[in-house]
Design a protein. Structure first.
Ligand SMILES: Nc1nc2c(ncn2[C@@H]2O[C@H](COP(=O)(O)OP(=O)(O)OP(=O)(O)O)[C@@H](O)[C@H]2O)c(=O)[nH]1
Ligand SMILES: [Mg+2]
Length: 453
């Protein structure tokens, strides 16, 4: 299959690297406010299951007027123009005087198509004509992309000017273009060279597959997280019961630290799946309550008490009638204050005792102090709530984005109730089993519908 290559070129600081990053769906491309960030041509291979193509990020034009003058001296007629460009990139004098132009023109001489990027929020000016002229001289297929960095104010004059040099002119904002828009642009690339159509078409159809496997892998990460965190216990062998009691605070500290690290690890894994390596995320960014085991705060992430009681009916922990009775007649809060429901609630939900604490005698003498596993029924929901909260933000984040992650609200309960009833039931049963330390087959399949595509 023909190797498809696209060099992203233009003035400095117009979003070339941003476009490469978003289209490659990888944030390893360097982007910055500073003009002249990219100084070397940088190839980014976009590989999917059945095909692939290359994007070449390039430095911006620095002295296009002078370069064009040089070229004009070498080519007096149109048939000599492409040769003049080839001479230019090999000329030692040009390499030292015009390093950026040599870098950006080299891939074009080697056969890459041109994606010319301009900023639609800045006025068009004649100074761009030298660079567009040079690009024309390469004789390569080309397309212009208007990136409206701050606004759409100058799109019309840009369109008029670009139409003089490019057959295809498109609007593309690398910060906001969603998946469909990215695929649409890629499909337009397929028309640049007929021999590249097959490759590009394969890539576009593969991209949906890629997203599906990202969702699948996210579900696997979440499943392992749930299993690990719901079963974790911290133990220590000691000689006496007193020692066992004294060691409790240390066990609790180690337990909490382990849990935090385990959750953090899953979040790093999640970011890597979506190729967001540069997005910094501290567990604290997820508005973690000061204490992960602060029950009151949990309800912000997991289910509220009433929802949990309903779940108890679904999983058969208590009959629906008992719950109706407990919840009926008075508001939940009043009931709780009155002590009526809290009694039912806390035995049902294990809300009084969050984590199991045990001291057991060992057959060969001595004791084992043990902290864990967690026995609060809300805990798996809390973990799921926090994980999908991040997954929902990261799965639609454009790879050109470099600002801190903005975390918008995701309501777990709403996500759950949007699922089919039987799927909901499987989920609740699975969460219940997790807390009871029972094995669950295909946990990843049960939770996958909660993760976005
Ligand atoms: N708001 C917004 N900012 C953008 C957009 N495109 C680029 N930027 C910002 O503009 C700056 C320059 O973007 P780059 O992608 O590094 O530009 P470049 O053309 O590769 O720059 P050089 O490598 O220096 O030539 C960065 O701070 C980007 O975050 C956009 O569509 N919207
Ligand atoms: Mg750049």
């Amino acid at each position: 299959m023909a190797r498809a290559e696209f060099a992203v070129v233009g003035h400095p600081n117009k979003g070339k690297s941003s476009i490469v990053s978003t289209l490659a769906r990888n944030d390893k491309v360097q982007i910055s406010h500073q003009s002249g960030t990219t100084t070397k041509a940088n190839r980014v291979r976009v590989e999917t299951l059945n095909a692939g193509y290359e994007l070449i990020d390039t430095p911006g034009f620095q002295r296009p007027g002078k370069v064009l003058a040089w070229l004009k001296q070498r080519a007096k007629s149109a048939d000599r123009r492409a040769d003049a460009i080839a001479q230019f990139i090999d000329d030692p004098d040009c390499k030292s005087k015009f390093p950026d132009e040599v870098e950006l023109l080299t891939p074009l001489v080697r056969g890459a198509a041109i994606l010319y990027v301009v900023d639609g929020s800045r006025p068009y000016g004649q100074e761009y004509e030298a660079e567009m002229e040079i690009l024309l001289w390469t004789g390569q297929p080309s397309m212009a992309l208007i990136n409206p960095i701050e606004n759409n104010d100058h799109i019309q004059s840009w369109s008029n000017a670009l139409a003089q040099y490019f057959k295809t002119v498109r609007l593309f904002n690398p910060m906001t273009a969603d998946f469909d828009k990215q695929v649409e642009l890629l499909q337009a690339f397929a028309h640049l060279k007929p021999e590249w159509s097959e490759t590009i078409n394969l890539v576009t159809s593969d991209l949906n597959q890629v997203r599906n496997s990202q969702q699948q892998n996210s579900a696997i990460i979440l499943a392992r997280l749930l299993e690990d965190m719901c079963s974790y216990r911290c133990t220590q062998k000691v000689l006496s019961k007193d020692q066992a009691n004294n060691i409790q605070p240390l066990l609790i500290k180690n337990y909490n630290q382990w849990m935090l690290r385990r959750e953090e690890k899953s979040m790093q894994e999640l970011m890597a799946i979506y190729a967001h390596y540069q997005t910094e995320l501290q567990i604290a960014d997820l508005m973690l309550p000061p204490d992960l085991f602060d029950c009151e705060q949990w309800y912000m992430w997991g289910l509220n008490k009433q929802q949990l009681l309903t779940v108890a009916a679904v999983t058969g922990a208590v009959s629906g009638a008992a719950i109706d009775l407990a919840v009926a007649g008075h508001s939940f809060m009043l009931g709780a204050i009155g002590g009526g429901i809290i009694g039912v609630g806390s035995t049902l939900l294990g809300a009084n005792k969050l984590v199991d604490t045990k001291i057991k005698g060992l057959p060969l003498g001595g004791y084992e102090a043990c902290y864990g596993p967690v026995n609060n029924k809300n805990f798996p929901y809390v973990l799921i709530g926090r994980f999908i909260y991040l997954q929902h933000q990261i799965c639609h984040r454009n790879h050109a984005a470099r600002e801190a992650l903005k975390l918008d609200k995701v309501d777990l309960q709403q996500q759950i109730t949007s699922l089919e009833k039987s799927v909901q039931k499987d989920l609740h049963i699975a969460c219940d089993k997790l807390i009871q330390q029972k094995t669950i087959e295909n946990l990843e399949l049960i939770i996958k519908p909660l993760l976005l595509f």
